[in-house]
Design a protein around this ligand. Structure first.
Ligand SMILES: [Zn+2]
Length: 248
């Protein structure tokens, strides 16, 4: 169930049964010549919605813009400073905690968000508990990046081998092709497999990765592969959600 499609009375009844919630978080940033700007937000929400169906869990509204400073040399990319993203996540969680939610599983679609999301969890704990443990119901937060799930990693290795890459990956572009078949883009990919190296900032990123991709060859992306990735990621997430919900 998507929170946005529920009434307040339905939310009130459902939170009394299950105080967990899935929270998709993505990014709005370039994904190479053939990937959608919204890839990280779209993949996180498609996978979270499916996991929500499997686990009978509520899915909160997607946070669509993340920490993507290093992609800002490409048109269409947007970023929040880490401090802004921490404030956004903290206030999303505290708002929902006010209504009784206690277990937050963030479903993340963008590697660049991970340190900031985890920092935000400690802002939440600090806001609720000050500087030490207090009495009262415990609130717990967890961040799961769908592309890091072990089953997903096995599958993408099997499907794409070394063509998967690290940004504008074959798997994430496959997921958007499966979910949004009308948006398939074609453009020359030169070289077929993009370079991959460390970088410092947005300008340096573009210098080292001129078309935006990092290490990937998304010409192998396909809708059927995307459906497999969605199913695998959603099943693993649903299992992780159930387990998280029963932790002491
Ligand atoms: Zn991405």
């Amino acid at each position: 169930m998507r929170l946005q499609m529920m009434t307040w009375a339905e939310v009130e009844a459902s939170v009394a049964r299950d105080s967990g919630i899935l929270m998709p978080i993505g990014s709005t940033e370039q994904h190479g010549p053939t990937g959608l700007i919204g890839t990280d937000a779209l993949t996180a929400e498609v996978i979270a919605w499916r996991a929500g169906e499997l686990a009978d869990a509520v899915v909160g509204p997607t946070i669509p813009v993340g920490m993507a400073h290093h992609h800002m040399a490409f048109a269409g990319s947007m970023t929040l400073k880490p401090s802004t993203l921490i404030a956004v996540i903290t206030e999303y969680v505290l708002s929902l905690a006010h209504h009784g939610y206690r277990r937050f599983v963030f479903v993340n679609g963008h590697g660049g968000n991970i340190p900031t999301v985890n920092a935000a969890f400690y802002e939440v704990y600090a806001a609720l508990y000050g500087h030490g443990p207090v009495e009262g119901p415990e609130l717990r937060c967890r961040c799961i990046s769908w592309f890091e799930l072990p089953g997903v990693q096995r599958l993408t290795k099997e499907l794409f081998g070394s063509k998967e890459g690290a940004h504008a990956t074959a798997s994430e572009i496959s997921v958007t092709r499966a979910a949004f078949p009308d948006t398939v883009k074609s453009a020359p990919l030169e070289p077929a497999q993009a370079p991959i190296s460390r970088f410092f900032d947005a300008r340096d990123y573009r210098r080292r990765h001129p078309d935006g991709r990092m290490g990937s060859d998304p010409s192998v992306a396909s809708a059927p592969a995307g459906r497999q990735v969605i199913d695998t990621a959603a099943a693993e997430l649903a299992a992780a959600y159930r387990q998280f919900g029963t932790m002491g």
